[in-house]
Design a binder for this molecule. Structure first.
Ligand SMILES: Nc1ncnc2c1ncn2[C@@H]1O[C@H](COP(=O)(O)OP(=O)(O)OP(=O)(O)O)[C@@H](O)[C@H]1O
Length: 327
């Protein structure tokens, strides 16, 4: 990838807290205009990594470049970066609008032209703009935090679990905002435990486990290359579909056509090319394919497999163990 188009370029990033190795040699590339998901079990290092991108902490070792500029060793948000970890910092006794006005004034922006009404509208908080934040739900605070970040017109947006507490309408607003920002060229890095959100939003993901990257790349690569998944198929002729599936190389029968819901679904385990071949055979035989979907999403399947493998192979190291291993 052309480095000049990278919003984030991290190489060999390590961060310890006392004896705990929170990040252990992280490499990460995030292109401008992409939404990049960070996923991993509790304690994997997601918040620590996001904190480094926001300038809330500095790495012990490694090289971090944000929007093409190397990050120094001071606790300052790199230019063009906005976002939050552990929830946005807001004044509870002020209204939503007053919070944004205060933040804009602190940054030296003209509060009349800062676009406060526009960002409130983008995150769907216009109706409660003059209510005090003290009474806001978690989801409303998250949306106001996003509005505050938008005011700075960031070129890199960093969000820790932005979907937390969002109702479906709030999620629609937040997803819309992030997708629009990415279309306009802003890089977005966000963490989440919600695989469905990540799949809906992100073009690429990094899976962290015990402070290390176990996968980083396009979501499609997880489905296409990594492993067999279970797929559920509904066709116009379940018995014929079952026969064809049994004859197709690389297809393993898991259940269905009798065992499936309402006796009509077939569940097979296969890699993507074998599923493609099965679909071609179904169509050639004149069967209608009415549904085809993975039973567990590719991201969830990869997440479980990769993080379980990692946990079995390598429990989280302490700094002393890491040094003893020569790293
Ligand atoms: N300030 C700190 N002091 C001591 N240890 C810390 C600190 N921050 C993080 N850690 C430790 O670093 C490791 C990574 O924590 P981090 O919060 O980055 O994980 P996470 O992936 O965000 O987890 P979660 O999904 O639970 O939010 C954990 O073992 C955690 O206990």
């Amino acid at each position: 990838m052309d480095d000049s188009l990278l919003a984030v370029r991290a190489r060999g990033i390590t961060k310890c807290f006392g004896d705990v190795v929170a990040l252990d040699g992280i490499d990460l590339d995030v292109a401008q205009g992409r939404i990049h998901g960070l996923v991993g079990p509790n304690g994997a290092g997601k918040t620590t990594l996001l904190g480094l991108l926001l300038g809330l902490a500095v790495a012990d070792t490694g090289r971090l470049e944000i929007l093409g500029a190397p990050v120094g060793r001071t606790f300052t948000a790199p230019d063009g970066v906005a976002g939050f970890v552990d929830g946005p910092g807001l004044y509870p006794s002020l209204t939503a609008r007053q919070n944004l006005t205060a933040l804009a004034a602190l940054r030296g922006q003209d509060t009349r032209t800062a676009g406060i009404d526009d960002v409130l509208d983008q995150v769907g908080l216009t109706d409660v703009a003059d209510d005090r934040v003290r009474g806001f739900s978690l989801g409303m605070r998250q949306r106001l935090g996003l509005a505050a970040a938008l005011l700075t017109r960031p070129r890199l947006l960093v969000l820790d679990e932005p979907s937390n507490g969002l109702d479906p309408a709030g999620k629609k607003h937040v997803h819309g905002v992030l997708s629009r920002l990415a279309t306009q060229g802003t890089g977005v890095v966000l963490s989440s435990h919600r695989m469905d959100d990540l799949e809906a939003l992100c073009s690429e993901v990094t899976i962290l486990a015990t402070g290390r990257v176990v996968f980083s790349g396009p979501l499609g690569k997880l489905a296409a290359e990594n492993r067999e998944l279970d797929y559920r198929l509904v066709t116009s002729d379940p018995q014929a579909a079952r026969r064809l599936a049994a004859e197709t190389p690389g297809i393993h029968m898991v259940g269905g056509a009798g065992g499936g819901q309402r006796g009509e679904a077939l569940v097979v385990r296969a890699l993507v090319p074998a599923v493609d071949e099965l679909v071609a055979r179904l169509v050639r035989s004149g069967l209608a394919l009415r549904e085809l979907a993975p039973v567990t999403s590719p991201l969830e399947a990869a997440f479980l497999a990769l993080t379980e493998q990692d946990a079995a192979a390598r429990p989280q190291q302490t700094r002393a163990q890491q040094q003893a291993a020569g790293r």
